[in-house]
Design a protein around this ligand. Structure first.
Ligand SMILES: [Zn+2]
Ligand SMILES: [Zn+2]
Length: 238
């Protein structure tokens, strides 16, 4: 944002970050949007955070995790990826609204408070340099940096590198995505024994997060936990 428009902002009333309606505090949602927004919360699967529709003990697992636990220790997200969160994320990712990162990170810290306690460093899912050039910023890195400012975690943006430019994965199945990402990540430096919080904006099939987790664990990380702003949920919760 240009400095001139920043000065202008001082004289303009704050607006809801979703619908642009005038609100009292900057970087918040208006009453209508709060009511429309769905925040993921307990009860949920202890490992992957999938919400349950009924009360269960904190230790309960979803069917997928019970049958085959993922390599990451835990994952949590602020929102399901739905019509509401999609608008916010597209503005952040493709609409140059990088100023939204602190507000989003605040919500992520709340959603993943118990995970953050178990971690030492915060690492963003990396973009390949070619995509970074095109997009100009890595939205996951902005979130990870803001999470580090709101926690005791050390921000490590250069630990995990994407070494292969993978085709856009939107149309690929879960299996195809996992195959597409094999060997796409590389660890730079010594991560032996580290407990890592991995950050991304959206978890779609989980293939990217799994690829990063496997690379981190393979290089000696003790545990990996994951926090994303939104997560694509199966059509029906369990
Ligand atoms: Zn609103
Ligand atoms: Zn689960």
């Amino acid at each position: 944002m240009a400095p001139f428009s920043k000065v202008l902002d001082l004289f303009l009333p704050p607006r809801c970050i979703s619908c642009q309606k005038i609100v009292l505090d900057p970087y918040t949602l208006c009453q209508d949007c709060w009511e429309q927004a769905c925040f993921l919360s307990a009860p949920c699967c202890r490992i992957c955070g999938l919400p349950f529709e009924f009360d269960v003990p904190d230790s309960a697992l979803c069917l997928d995790c019970a049958l085959c636990a993922p390599p990451f220790a835990q994952a949590r997200s602020v929102f399901p990826y739905d019509d509401f969160s999609r608008g916010l994320i597209l503005a952040f990712k493709h609409g140059d609204r990088t100023d939204l990162a602190p507000a989003f990170a605040g919500w992520m810290v709340q959603s993943a408070a118990s995970l953050i306690e178990e971690c030492d460093v915060v690492v963003p899912v990396p973009l390949h340099w070619r995509r970074l050039l095109k997009r100009r910023y890595n939205q996951a890195a902005l979130l990870a940096l803001e999470i580090s400012k709101r926690s005791a975690l050390i921000y490590e943006p250069a630990l995990l590198k994407r070494t292969r430019h993978t085709p856009v994965q939107g149309h690929l199945s879960r299996m195809a995505r996992q195959k597409n990402l094999q060997g796409a990540f590389q660890i730079i430096g010594d991560i032996e024994g580290m407990r890592i919080l991995l950050v991304d904006d959206v978890m779609t099939t989980g293939a990217t997060v799994l690829g990063c987790t496997k690379a981190l664990l393979g290089a000696g990380a003790k545990e990996v936990r994951v926090v994303t702003l939104a997560r694509v949920l199966p059509n029906k919760t369990v």
